[in-house]
Design a binder for this molecule. Sequence first.
Ligand SMILES: Nc1nc2c(ncn2[C@@H]2O[C@H](COP(=O)(O)OP(=O)(O)OP(=O)(O)O)[C@@H](O)[C@H]2O)c(=O)[nH]1
Length: 601
Amino acid sequence: MSDQDATTETEHTLRTPIVAVLGHVDHGKTSLLDRIRGSAVTAGESGAITQHIGATAVPLDVISDIAGELVDPTDFDLPGLLFIDTPGHHSFSTLRSRGGALADIAILVVDVNDGFQPQTLEAIDILKRTQTPFIVAANKIDTVPGWNPNENQPVQQTMDAQSERVTSDLNEKLYELIGELSDNGFSADMYWRVQNFQANIGVVPVSAETGEGIPDLLTVMMGLSQRYMKEEMEIDASGPGVGTVLEVKDTQGFGTTLDAIIYDGTIHKDDTIVVGGLQGPIVTDVRALLRPRPLEEIRTEQQFEQVDAVAAADGVKIAAPDLDDAIAGAPIRVLRDRDRAEVIAEVEEELSEIEVTTQEEGVVVKADTLGSLEAISSTLEEEEIPIMRAEVGAVAPRDVRVAETANEPTHRAILAFSVDVLEDARHLAEQEDVTLFEDDVIYQLVEGYDDHVTEIQESQQEQILENITRPAKFRVLPDHTFRQNDPAVVGIEVLSGELRRNVNVVKWDGSEPTRVGRLKSLQDAGEDVDSARTGEQLAASIDGPTVGRQIEEGDDLWVEIPEKHAKILEQELKEEISVDEREALSMYLENHRNRDPFWGK
Ligand SMILES: Nc1nc2c(ncn2[C@@H]2O[C@H](COP(=O)(O)OP(=O)(O)OP(=O)(O)O)[C@@H](O)[C@H]2O)c(=O)[nH]1
């Protein structure tokens, strides 16, 4: 009955902004979250800090306690901040929601000593793509040699307490970071100098180890949300819940469950929900809503407690039947009194927004979540690498079967991002000559594939070059005819290119080329050689002509290049051949094109 009431009136509330913490591995995401949690526990009086599924909620009064004089709680009406605990370092890509990013705002953690690294760039790409506002936490300031730590102090206060040398060392590192941000298209500055956070990225120096700068970090996040996001935070808290799946996992006693973030409305126990799944939308009934038990009850048998309802923004574990096919990053929608077909269509549409453009020819991509699939696909698209199949899930034999149908050898590949490769799939791939690429970093995954493509292309070119007639021009030397004919043996000098054995020889009579015979062998000082380069003089035996008739001493002769070969050489292999071969080729082409402008085109 109370549900009924709740749905008939709208209840406008400001929800908690959702914060994602991103960064390169080991730059300190987990430590930073732990520190914020720890500070909150120390600052909060009576368990104000609550551990949620997949998230940590830090209420405004706790933020204000931590931030001290930096925050005046009366300036704010947003309820606090909800930090998503990114499970695994890549999972921020699952943090998607209808129309973009699940996170309203992000913290990009960068180790001041280490600067921008592959995952930092990857995070920046995603933040750019989803237009998520962010600030940079320049972490580990306490590692600057000679640092004098001041636990939990605001950053300017602790910087004032450092020696001049330490301050200047730190500033140098910070300006390097600001430079790197600028190289990536962001105007940035130390946060206290930023007036307009929409136009500039604020850099907050922090230490997750000592808590220095954490007051500033929370203050800036809170201020940013209040100033720029308040309107977006207005929701109808009693409306049907809308959320995103963070993780699909087994929970003892409940089977397959969803760890989810609800970012709009409310989800109730017994609600019917529609969830994005591998085979399309799944419609199921919520059996239980679970939260971690409060710390003081940790000794009880069960890890979770059941709740009746969860309102946005919050994390919750959802237990329901038929969730095996649900996908991380997929939408969740509560049906309540809404039209079933309409909600299913909405989920379908959201799923199809993510669907990657696939083509008949291309590589196979497997990823752990919809978000990461989307991120990889957009990277591949930028590099013009076509995709034949893109799916969430482990690499299975059927993926290998798809990959092996690719026509291009470079496309017989599977790019696997943070997923398992089933043993029989690995085996089959080896057998069928399908190459597997596995990585947890998108850049590295795509780089590995690119290197492979370059390798294949180089060996293909080598093979082509081996079978192609190469250009060369040579002159019959005067007074060096050793034999008139059958075969003619004459002294020659290579004028340009590399002359090889077993090639047909042509002479230009006016505008027409005439084949005069076949060069059978080359001899240098009585020794047979396979080839000779520009400037070399040696003896050539040519089958066909008679010296004094078809060829004369002093004649310039050419290796005859079939038109098809000339075309490949000019269009595909120009960079692969030497400068003098290129010169010989262009002269040869010019000769032909004087007669027929389209020859070899
Ligand atoms: N001195 C110092 N060490 C830090 C700081 N922040 C993190 N560390 C250390 O750096 C290492 C990596 O920190 P994590 O928090 O695990 O890094 P992460 O980015 O969460 O790493 P993943 O979860 O593996 O992606 C740990 O050994 C931390 O103790 C800091 O501010 N100062």
